[in-house]
Design a protein around this ligand. Structure first.
Ligand code: PMP
Length: 385
């Protein structure tokens, strides 16, 4: 959708893109300054595969300070992004035929990475009616002797759902009965959380050894292009990830790593400002989306996305006579007629919804929702039989 949006924009159409998974903020100055200094000081050589020890120590210190989690520096493996850390962990853990339990909707790469490892994704479908969260009973029901891994993100992309401490505790009770299952906890949106403080499932001692935390700087410090992420896990898994990564990318960019140290040691002020802005935008967009007839929307607790259920429009006919069969058709219609780029829910394993990112300026958001409303109203009275 981002590509199609850019093509339309190149033809002179004023497209508002709400399709990408990145913030519209700039990397903080103190982080950029550290990178400039690293260039001047000639940090231009290969780094240790798992990252400079200084960086790994600052990540371990962050995990203690912000999450009250004890990790030693050799349990941290720095990579070229949360995506690579996910790939490392999945490729190390999943053998052909292993089952990986993934609640839907999920971030696009999860199921594709499981395919690369020749594993089998087993989905637990959630819906907007339960705020896109699974229950312990639903988890229990899909576990088999082949289940190797459970993988989820909280705050979630694409829904913004956040699991509370109580909800995680209930899931942990299920994992306690199945000690061979590993858990990948993708916490990349940790700081864009409008509830209380972030809770990591690794805070539960009974499962901590089998949890692989995935995190990084992309979202919290607006550093998507710098390419840096990390995993925190048992030493055995960390050693395996290190070994795998050594044959694929080696350590991530030396300049980025130096900037990373500055970010982790620089405090949370810029993050707090960003979160306030996202909270304001969330409330703004929620108020506007709620007004559109046929759009079923909930109030997300984190990340920067809405994931409204738009299935009531399936079967409608456009003014050109085309039938909107699914979320993909609807997202295309919104792009071609409303000139707003969103993402079809299919990519996230949920065909009833579309993802709308609110990482854009307030006036753009207001205009985008106005266009979406207008485009959808154009469909309304022409439902196909
Ligand atoms: N996990 C989730 C849930 C994401 O949304 C993203 C980025 N959109 C990633 C991982 C990958 O992040 P990175 O840029 O650090 O590779």
């Amino acid at each position: 959708m981002a590509k199609l949006g850019r093509e339309l924009a190149a033809k002179g159409v004023d497209v508002i893109s709400l399709s990408l998974g990145e913030t519209d903020f700039f990397t903080p100055d103190f982080v950029k300054d550290a990178a400039k200094e690293a260039i001047d000081k000639n940090f231009s050589y290969y780094t240790p595969v798992a990252g400079y020890p200084e960086l790994r120590k600052s990540i371990a210190a962050k995990l203690k300070r912000e999450n009250n989690l004890d990790y030693e520096f050799d349990q941290i493996v720095v990579s070229t992004g949360a995506k690579q850390s996910l790939a490392n962990a999945i490729l190390c853990l999943v053998n052909p035929g292993d089952e990986v339990v993934i609640p839907t909707p999920y971030w696009v790469s999860y199921s594709e990475l499981v395919k690369l490892a020749e594993g089998k994704s087993v989905f637990i479908n959630t819906s907007i009616d339960t705020d896109f969260k699974i229950t312990p009973a639903e988890l229990e029901a899909v576990i088999t002797p082949q289940t190797k891994l459970f993988m989820f993100s909280s705050p979630n992309n694409p829904t913004g759902a956040v699991y509370s401490r109580e909800e995680l505790a209930a899931l942990v009770k299920v994992f306690e009965k199945h000690p061979d299952i590993f858990i990948i906890s993708d916490e990349i949106y940790e700081h864009i959380n409008f509830l209380d403080k972030h809770v990591s499932i690794a805070e539960f001692e009974s499962v901590k050894d089998r949890v692989i935390i995935i995190n990084g700087l992309s979202k919290a410090y607006a550093m998507t292009g710098w390419r840096i992420g990390y995993s925190a896990s048992s030493k055995e898994i960390a050693a395996a990830c290190d070994k795998l990564q050594s044959q694929i990318t080696s350590g991530t960019c030396s300049i980025t790593q130096k900037a990373g140290v500055a970010a982790y040691e620089g405090g949370l002020d810029t993050i707090k400002e960003m979160r306030e802005v996202f909270l304001r935008r969330r409330d703004l967009v929620y108020g506007l989306l709620k007004e559109i007839q046929g759009v079923k929307v909930n109030l997300p607790d984190g990340a920067f996305y809405f994931f409204p259920d738009v299935s009531s429009f399936f079967g409608s006919i456009t003014t050109d006579g085309d039938v909107i069969k699914n979320a993909g058709d609807l997202a295309l219609y919104l792009l071609n007629v409303g000139h707003v780029a969103t993402v079809s829910g299919d990519s996230f394993g949920d065909p009833a919804s579309i993802r709308i990112s609110y990482a854009a300026a307030d006036d753009k958001l207001v205009e985008a929702v106005k266009r979406i409303k207008f485009a959808l109203e154009g469909l309304k009275n022409e439902k196909a039989v």
